[in-house]
Design a protein around this ligand. Structure first.
Ligand SMILES: [Zn+2]
Length: 275
């Protein structure tokens, strides 16, 4: 049967039962989607969070009470990037769980290779970690508009050992109380594979609870944990698969308004739902 969907990439899997595959993108409101969904389900191909993504309209972002923010522009790695030296230098790992990675926290400025290429972006991230950096002028605008909940933290030139001139870190200080609503989330766990290529799931032996990043829809939080919070906060809850663990950064509607009014670029703003 031919549906006329453009295939992006064909790939071979030798280690799972789906030996030949392909990638394609399709929107849920595409008239062909019901047919595609039928084909996938008749072939018993599961659709996971890793396969899906949610695009929000400008209106949805502008009318959200709170959004999750994360970089959409990435430049380089935390330095020195080999042998985990960056982690020893900038993060405290005494409390980090050796099994699931939670409780890794920043203790000192992050070192970067050089002044980053920002292109048309005002914000940026680096690979491996989820910290947010911004051009100096961004901080002036945030402060002038009374945005609260962050420290302006230097980023260090890793060879010269001096602060970079063009960007600084937007370091978010406050943390919400626990409470992400788990009803549409998948718990991260230890994934294994049997001799028959069946994927197995077991809870982390450390007992920690952490969630896989959501592909479809919105993260949900109870409204009452936002009561007296500043405009930028970290979640108490941790997200990420395997050993990767991150606390999300959430931003108020006031932050979104400033971001939009200044036509800033370099962050994704994804509405969350308060219940
Ligand atoms: Zn753990």
């Amino acid at each position: 049967m031919q549906l006329g969907i453009e295939l992006k990439e064909l790939f071979m899997h030798e280690d799972t039962k789906y030996s030949l595959g392909c990638h394609f993108n399709i929107y849920e409101d595409d008239p062909l989607w019901p047919e595609v969904e039928k084909v996938l389900s008749s072939a018993e191909i599961p659709i996971t969070d890793a396969d899906t993504d949610t695009e929000f309209t400008q209106e949805e972002i502008m009318s959200a009470e709170w959004v999750r923010i994360y970089p959409s522009h990435f430049v380089g790695y935390p330095m020195p990037k080999d042998h985990g030296e960056w982690m020893i230098l900038s993060y405290t790992s005494e409390k980090e769980c050796q099994v699931c990675g939670i409780e890794l926290r920043q203790k000192a400025p992050i070192h970067l290779k050089d002044e980053p290429k920002m292109g048309r972006n005002h914000f940026m991230g680096i690979f491996w970690v989820y910290d947010i950096f911004a051009q100096n002028k961004v901080f002036d605008v945030l402060l002038k508009n009374g945005i609260t909940g962050f420290e302006v933290y230097p980023a260090i030139h890793y060879k010269k050992k001096v602060p970079l001139n063009t960007i600084k870190q937007l370091k978010v200080i406050s943390e919400l109380s626990p409470g992400v609503i788990a009803e549409n989330l998948t718990r991260a766990d230890v994934e294994g594979i049997t001799a028959d290529n069946i994927i197995t799931h077991k809870p982390y032996p450390c007992g920690h609870v952490k969630y896989i990043g959501l592909g479809r829809g919105m993260y949900k939080f109870p409204r009452n944990i936002f009561g007296d919070k500043p405009d930028l906060v970290k979640t108490h809850d941790w997200f990420g698969g395997g050993h990767s663990a991150v606390q999300f950064i959430l931003a108020s509607a006031k932050f979104v308004k400033v971001y939009m009014e200044n036509n800033w670029k370099g962050l994704s703003l994804n509405p969350i739902k308060l219940i």
